[in-house]
Design a protein around this ligand. Structure first.
Ligand code: MG
Length: 245
């Protein structure tokens, strides 16, 4: 205890001396590195340094997740794309780690099915970690599987769903998991999801790949694509852009 008192006293005295020595406000200004300029987009248009993954004109940034073949989802005249059931999941050709992802989605106007059967799709970060896309407007399902959940891992803070047929937004901030050279997990992935401007996941720890059956378990991996799910429902997407962090 005596030693603790002495060391605490010493520390306090030392910090007081340090603080006392700083009298110039400039001494605590940091000027380097200079922060690079990014021009923000108007509305939901991408900022100047974003990689545009889908602007409505083509699927050039995407391929089939199953066999890397050409995407056969439906390209609509309004600048959106719609899942073509049985065509399968699609994935970006480019690989990503830490990122900011903006994506807009629209649930089918013709409401059919219930629970997980209504407007199901999903956004898989690094092809493994699903931010659920589902029509949860007046549609109950298991809480850790609803819109903006980290599928079967994390219940969203709120249900901010708009009505079917209305465009909705996800802004996703993602920190990829870290593995050491022995493929051991040293830091789990983390994700913040803003759904229609409302925080639904805040720095949520990802527990491993989002599994339909069973518990998640990390397996080491590097950068990987963003995958969109074909769950058999006519969910549409538009205005998809990403910024690597
Ligand atoms: Mg899904």
């Amino acid at each position: 205890m005596k030693r603790f008192l002495i060391s605490s006293f010493t520390f306090l005295a030392f910090s007081n001396i340090l603080s006392a020595q700083i009298t110039d406000p400039k001494a605590t200004e940091t000027w380097q590195p200079e922060v690079r300029v990014v021009t923000p987009g108007e509305g939901t248009k991408p900022p100047s340094d974003a990689i545009v993954l889908f602007d409505g004109s083509n699927f050039s940034e995407w391929q089939s997740a199953k066999d890397s073949s050409k995407v056969t989802w439906t390209l609509n005249s309004d600048g959106s794309a719609t899942v073509r059931p049985t065509a399968g999941d699609i994935v970006t050709k480019k690989s990503f780690g830490d990122c900011q992802l903006h994506i807009e989605f629209r649930e089918p106007v013709v409401v059919k099915g219930e629970s997980q059967g209504r407007g199901n799709s999903g956004i898989f970060l690094q092809t493994r970690y699903e931010v659920q896309v589902l029509d949860c407007y007046q549609n109950r399902t298991y809480s850790n599987g609803q819109t903006a959940s980290i599928y079967k891992q994390s219940i969203p803070l709120v249900n901010a769903c708009r009505k079917p047929g209305e465009w909705q937004t996800y802004d996703i901030l993602y920190t990829a998991p870290r593995f050491n050279s022995d493929s051991i997990l040293v830091a789990p992935g983390r994700v913040t999801v803003i759904h229609n401007g409302v925080v639904a996941q805040l720095n949520t720890e990802i527990k491993g790949p989002t599994e339909y059956i069973g518990l998640p378990k990390y397996v080491a991996h590097g950068k990987s694509g963003i995958k969109l799910q074909d769950h058999g429902d006519l969910v549409s997407f538009r205005n998809i852009w990403i910024r690597e962090l």
